[in-house]
Design a protein around this ligand. Sequence first.
Ligand SMILES: [Zn+2]
Length: 145
Amino acid sequence: MDDSTNKASLREPCVPGLFSEEGEPSLHGARCTCCDTPYFPRVAACRNPGCDESRIVPCTFGGEGRLWSYSVADFPPPPPHRYDKPFMPYAIGVVDLDSGLRVVGQMVDAVEFMQVGSRVRLVIEPIHHEDGRTFTSWKFKLLDR
Ligand SMILES: [Zn+2]
């Protein structure tokens, strides 16, 4: 059996439909073409109270952005969240993507490298392993390391 092919076929998103890793990694979001408000995940109607007319169209967000803030997860998340054991503390970033979306995501790099204002890139990476399967999620990777 070709082991590399097998590994690739066992890689799957932790939540289907939220993101894609084919080509450029991207989040499946939406934008209101009336008021330009970005949304992730997708919404059925615009929530901006100042918007005159909700006109939601699907779009994707990805590429680069800037670390606006972050927090450190020092203890394992409660169920239903899953993680690889032993638990390792990680940073959770709040990122302003250049495409206009502010979004939360786990950081790839170690906590000691976090610095507000750093440039980052959206990536799709493993978030945990279970029964020989690799579950992925979106994360952010520092560009200046
Ligand atoms: Zn709107």
